[in-house]
Design a protein around this ligand. Sequence first.
Ligand code: TA6
Length: 301
Amino acid sequence: MISVDQLNQQFGIANQITFKAGPGDLPVAEIANRYATAAVSLHGAQVIGYQPRGQVPLIWVSNFSDYRQGKAIRGGIPLCWPWFGPHPTDSSKPAHGLARITMWEVLSTGVMAEARTEIRFGLRDDDASRALWPHPFVLETVVSVGPDLRVELIARNTGDQSFTCGAALHTYFAISDIDHVSIHGLENLTYIDKVDGDQRKTQQGPITFTGETDRIYLDIDDDCLIYDPGLRRRIRVAKAGSRTTVVWNPWIDKAQHMGDFGDDEYRTMLCVETANAADDLITIPPGGEHYLVTAISTGPA
Ligand code: TA6
């Protein structure tokens, strides 16, 4: 694996991008510019920090997360690919696929239009991936820190057979208190209620939280908004290439049963995920590609 010194020589940008050994000695790209600070682990090409200037952090990471190769970091923006949730037929395979539990390589870094700081990661199939999923692929992830935080997951089919995949940019947001936040923009949509027998229901009004919540909202390509009066901010989750929005809070019991999740951490986190799951899976033909994009920004509540 490339060393932190080599990463800084090849890809570091003075006062913008520095590579360091992060928790668990996993290499992390630290980004700082006029807009924000951010951190991206090469393990999973996973955003593990994002704090717009003048605000408290916007992205949540558990204080109990494991940082070791092959284990998903709890929090940030895990990249779920090529399936979302448990493997559809083989429960021995890792939940949410292979992308978030694999070391990615840095492909490029740069300062782009609007003084956005950008880092591009790559991952391609190998024997380990083919043991989990039999298709050749190339993945690229672009993390762009500017007036908003943009994360793009580009999936290319480099084989000679079409493949169908699920995906999610599984964003964990930092919030004031789960009792006080609401999500707007998913009203009247059909959702699969994972905590009530996968029943299909219709969202009535804004989403508020009174217990474990795990919902897959279908056939939605619009933004949604998290209203957080406790932090006097509104978080916009914009997206492209996504027909599914997933909303998750584990609540008390599930939090207590996750080893990498503090018993009371459920109170200050909320997942709103830009995804393609359930009815909204994506089929990519040979030579084709698919872009999944989330863009996160804040404004006054
Ligand atoms: O996105 C919601 C969800 O699918 C939940 O069902 C829960 O399993 C969550 O993802 C976290 O999954 P993980 O494998 O990271 O523990």
